[in-house]
Design a protein around this ligand. Structure first.
Ligand code: NDP
Length: 449
């Protein structure tokens, strides 16, 4: 770990003491604090006003029981969460994750990151996150619907277009958003499209929202390449995961002239030297909710499926971790460096462990953090809210151009801020500082609330 500025040590100790056992939350806070030394030195008002201490404490945390009935009549009980972290810039905004690993610490790490990410977009959105330890995998559509209805029966009272606007994340796609929006509409008797984003196109959704996080990730990397006078042309790319973010990252890499040679799920990875066949991947993952091993089986002899191993062993020029937190560790980073990888950009949230990030940076691999790289998803959610508020719907081309423009803006803001604070070229410092100062200035203006 890097050292913390003296002024920030007591703040981090307070976070550790008040939030015991929440390792991922500690990691996310520390990662931001490590960048803020030059900021508190240059602007003592941030330390004097306790703005950083206030930022580390969520405005509100909601935990609730989610009982539901399986197809066979068994009663299951899950736990629901919504952490409304910071609303200085706008209504709380951030996804819902349904995965067995979800607990309060995970939701808090995601909500904390979301504050800075949303701030970086330049759009009027605060930060929040939520979810449940429910596992949609292997459940029928009817079971998923009953779960979503029960979840929303409690959560609806905390939501609203001016209050808190959830979206999808791991395990929450168009199907789940549909069931939750339906229940929200039914309970409130109001068609408030702006209360949830990631909706279907015929009922208030936005073009490009499905693709936005993956496309945005690749637009960001494209800017990194351009800044170095380079392009995607002929680049070999490894993308971990095969969910929403991964699939659309693969699509955009292929459109820009690169080749994605490997992708994965929690059961292993596939290597396809000719380039991932996206139509087949979408059919298996989106159509049949199947496993990546089926991809290798259907693609034939040249494609290997590796059940036990690390996708980071596959040689590449660019690596895009797009699955989950802490999936790229020290060993993975070492393998990427040995194989000549030049860029690592985080499509998933906090996928790189702190040690791995440090090793990559020391080896002069250009490393860009999630809060900048994957901000295209939430930015397009904000565009969805904008369309809902004006009862309008934009074309695919217009929305994609807005997304590309937002990603260019974030990229440039990161580099300019890194320069301004004496860490030229550091996307990590640039993203943390630019995200922090916008939200901190708003908090100062709003008084001690
Ligand atoms: P999906 O549920 O669509 O896909 C997740 C993918 O990651 C799947 O391939 C899944 O494999 C794999 N995965 C999940 N958990 C694990 C694990 N513990 N070990 C190994 N593989 C795992 O989620 P998304 O694509 O939406 O999200 C991926 C990441 O991107 C997350 O970090 C999320 O927070 C982040 N993100 C998503 C946004 C969005 O708009 N969707 C916006 C910003 C960030 P399997 O099916 O086997 O579980």
């Amino acid at each position: 770990m890097s050292a913390l500025d003296q002024q920030l040590i007591p703040i981090f100790e307070e976070v550790l003491g008040r939030n015991p056992g929440e390792a991922e939350f500690h990691q996310a806070v520390r990662e931001v604090l490590e960048s803020l030394g030059p900021v508190v030195t240059k602007h003592p008002q941030y330390a004097d006003s306790a703005v950083i201490r206030r930022l580390c404490e969520p405005e509100r945390q909601i935990i609730f029981r989610v009982p539901w009935v399986t197809d066979s009549g068994k009663i299951e009980v899950n736990r629901g969460f919504r952490v409304e972290f910071n609303s200085a810039l706008g209504p709380f905004k951030g996804g819902l994750r349904f995965h067995p690993s979800v607990n309060l610490g995970i939701v808090k790490f995601l909500g904390f990151e979301q504050i800075f990410k949303n701030s970086l977009t330049g759009l009027p959105i605060g930060g929040g996150k939520g979810g449940s330890d429910f596992d949609p995998k292997g459940r029928s559509d009817a079971e998923v619907m009953r779960f979503c209805q029960s979840f929303m029966t409690e959560l609806y009272r905390h939501l609203g277009e001016y209050t808190d606007v959830p979206a999808g994340d791991i395990g929450v796609g168009g199907r789940e958003i549909g069931f939750m929006f339906g229940q929200y509409k039914r309970i409130t008797n109001r068609y408030e499209s702006g209360t949830l984003t990631g909706k279907g196109l015929s009922w208030g959704g936005s073009q490009v929202r499905t693709e936005a996080t993956g496309y945005g990730t690749v637009f960001f990397v494209d800017e990194m390449l351009k800044a170095a006078g380079d392009s995607f042309d002929g680049k070999r790319v490894v993308v971990s995961g095969s969910g929403n973010v991964a699939i659309y990252a693969i699509e955009k890499v292929h459109q820009l002239g690169g080749t994605v040679v490997a992708c994965s799920d929690s059961g292993g990875y596939v290597v396809d030297p000719a380039g991932i066949d996206l139509a087949l991947l979408k059919e298996i993952k989106n159509g049949q909710r199947g496993r990546i091993s089926e991809y290798a089986a259907r693609r034939g002899n040249d494609v290997a499926h590796v059940a036990d191993g690390s996708i980071w062993d596959v040689p590449c020029d660019i690596a895009l971790p797009c699955a989950t937190q802490n999936e790229l560790d020290l060993e993975g980073a070492g393998a990427l460096i040995s194989n000549g990888c030049r860029i690592v950009a985080e499509g998933a949230n906090m996928p790189t462990t702190p040690n791995a990030a440090r090793l990559l940076t020391e080896a002069a691999v250009r490393f860009a953090p999630a809060k900048a790289v994957n901000a295209g998803g939430v930015a397009t959610s904000a565009l969805e809210m904008q369309q809902n508020a004006s009862r309008d719907s934009w074309t695919f081309a217009h929305t994609e151009e807005r997304l590309a423009e937002i990603m260019r803006g974030i990229h440039d803001r990161c580099l300019e801020t890194a320069d301004e604070y004496g860490t030229p070229g550091s996307y990590v410092a640039g993203a943390n500082i630019a995200g922090f100062t916008r939200v901190a200035d708003a908090m100062l203006a709003l008084g001690v609330i």
